[in-house]
Design a protein around this ligand. Structure first.
Ligand SMILES: NC(=O)c1ccc[n+]([C@@H]2O[C@H](COP(=O)([O-])OP(=O)(O)OC[C@H]3O[C@@H](n4cnc5c(N)ncnc54)[C@H](OP(=O)(O)O)[C@@H]3O)[C@@H](O)[C@H]2O)c1
Length: 294
């Protein structure tokens, strides 16, 4: 394991969805700083690479974020290990995307993304909150970090289910923060644009499913935009290091907007931007002929 400054010695963190992408890099970054990381996967074998790499700084938890029984068992396992130290942060990272027009999306797929990105975030937070309370100290306040998205503040066509799930995750985070205010447990949202991860491979071809429908042109354009986004995506270490800075109190804001599209998403979702202007700009971007997105 890479030896760096061990700022996290004695601190415990839960990170969900560490089989790949942002979750995996966050687990790695925190463990390398000396945190004991409890990282969740759905298949036990997916925890093996991080166990091999990080040694006793990494513990695999196996759960689906929608499975409350597994979550309860996992929280008992963590409690047994950390005892009176509790945990210092939960990084709610596990999630998925789903592309397609809201009218034609498969109902089960729509329900599933809401379950995972919204209900799953709540189930995980509730399962580990008692341990977070134990770990909350005046010199290092406990944090809940939600890996949201720019789609949590800005609605884009062909991305509706994901936008809805991340907007709801934003509300959930704000409500937790206000309800936990008196306990000094902070909830911070990371709203990111494109990051290199498996999420692109899992979703990029789904836009092909709308050939022959009224959404064909929009779907093709979305595919091109996604290809471009994938190429310009930032490495997941950007999010991992930000999470570390939030946990260690160097970054104190309630939300962070990261990567390509951050500025324009903030402008277009601002209350100062007339909604009809935003509608028109988005429509033009998705429907102009021969527009080069590269
Ligand atoms: N990549 C981006 O451009 C980007 C931008 C903004 C926000 N985000 C957010 O970042 C988070 C991580 O995504 P990523 O980009 O790193 O994608 P990823 O590489 O696909 O990782 C997603 C992780 O979530 C896990 N997961 C999915 N469904 C789950 C469930 N029901 N229960 C437990 N774990 C589950 C996956 O586990 P399996 O391997 O078992 O499926 C995987 O470990 C997501 O919340 C995503 O919305 C990503």
């Amino acid at each position: 394991m890479n030896q760096t400054t061990q700022s996290g010695n004695g601190s415990n963190v839960v990170v969900t969805g560490v089989s790949s992408g942002i979750g995996q890099e966050t687990a790695r970054c925190l463990a390398q700083k000396g945190y004991r990381v409890f990282g969740s996967v759905r298949k036990r074998a997916d925890g093996k690479p991080l166990e091999d790499e990080l040694g006793d700084k990494f513990h695999t938890l196996v759960f689906d974020v929608c499975d409350k029984d597994s979550l309860e068992r996992s929280s008992d396992i963590v409690s047994e290990i950390v005892k009176d130290d509790g945990i210092n942060a939960i990084v709610n990272n596990a999630g998925l995307a789903l592309f397609g027009p809201i009218e034609l999306l498969d109902d089960d797929a729509f329900e599933h993304i809401i379950k995972v990105n919204l209900l799953g975030t709540r189930f995980v937070t509730n399962a580990f909150l008692p341990l977070l309370r134990i770990g909350n100290r005046e010199d290092q306040r406990s944090k809940i970090i939600n890996i949201s998205s720019l789609s949590g503040i800005f609605n884009t066509p062909m991305n509706g289910a994901y936008c809805i799930s991340k907007h709801a995750m934003e509300s959930l985070g704000e409500i937790y923060r206000r309800e936990l205010f008196g306990e000094h447990i902070d909830v911070v949202s990371i709203r990111s644009g494109p990051i290199q991860s498996e999420i692109w491979r899992k979703n990029i071809d789904s836009t092909n499913a709308y050939e022959g429908t009224v959404y064909e042109k929009m779907a093709k354009k979305t595919h091109k935009i996604m290809e471009h986004a994938k190429k310009s995506a930032l490495p997941p270490s950007v999010i991992a290091e930000l999470a570390l800075d939030i946990i260690e109190g160097r970054k104190k804001k309630l939300s962070y907007h990261i990567g390509e599209g951050a500025r324009i998403s903030q402008i277009l979702s601002s209350s100062l931007m007339p909604k009809r202007w935003a509608d028109k700009l988005i429509h033009n971007a998705l429907n102009k002929k021969n527009q080069n997105t590269q």
